[in-house]
Design a protein around this ligand. Structure first.
Ligand code: GLN
Length: 214
């Protein structure tokens, strides 16, 4: 099967690291800044960074509504940290006018771990990833305060004050993590996402073939 084309929203944040992680998984990875670029990709990564800034730039670049439409159409999207915030339907501890792309039926609390724990690293199990626990890097990270019925919880914090907090979720083709797998050498989250993109492409190709026969 040919390599899927996966975009990384490149308005602000750690774009390069995601491009590299995707290329390691044999995907073609390109920065996305314009609606035409968004329209061309088979999947999209929303990087870590500053979610208010990314949302404002997306609005200014005319990308916010195309991003919402793409999610509604079933485009696979993976959001890490600020990207998780951007995918959330509901936010806590956010400016009242902060916009999101939405699509993920979760309530996400920004900067949830408090100032003392601005940045920390932790070992955790993530469902669907073989190969044992994952070393997770959190930087002014959000968590999922509440997840809707259709949302699968893939990972929770183990130990400390935040014990049990949800930090990795999936709903259909949408995946979000509070942590930054792009900053470690562990490529399993990106591998999972690339697999979701491949399956989506295969399913679409199958549906297309079916339609032609009608
Ligand atoms: N605290 C940031 C925000 O609210 C997210 C941090 C990150 O992406 N590392 O946008």
């Amino acid at each position: 099967m040919s390599r899927p084309l996966i975009g990384v929203l490149a308005l602000q944040g750690d774009v390069r690291e995601h491009l590299a992680a995707l290329r390691d998984q044999d995907a073609e990875a390109v920065p996305v800044r314009r609606p035409e670029e968004l329209a061309a990709v088979d999947g999209l990564v929303l990087p870590g960074g500053e979610s208010t800034t990314i949302a404002k730039l997306a609005r200014r670049f005319g990308l916010l509504d195309p991003l919402r439409a793409a999610v509604r159409d079933g485009l696979p999207v993976y959001g890490s940290c600020a990207g998780m915030i951007l995918l959330a339907d509901r936010l806590l501890d956010a400016p009242p006018d902060q916009e999101t792309i939405g699509g993920l039926d979760v309530t996400v609390r920004r900067n949830a771990f408090g100032r003392q724990a601005d940045s920390f690293e932790s070992e955790m199990d993530v469902e669907g990833l073989g190969g044992g626990s994952l070393h997770a890097v959190f930087i002014r990270a959000p968590w999922v305060e509440e997840a809707g019925d259709g949302v699968a919880v893939l990972g929770r914090v183990v130990g400390g004050e935040a014990d049990g907090r949800i930090v990795a979720v999936r709903q259909g083709n949408l995946v979000a993590t509070s942590f930054h797998p792009e900053l470690t050498g562990d490529r399993r989250v990106h591998a999972l996402f690339v697999e979701i993109v491949r399956r989506h492409l295969a399913a679409r190709a199958g549906a297309g073939a079916g339609n032609e026969e009608d």
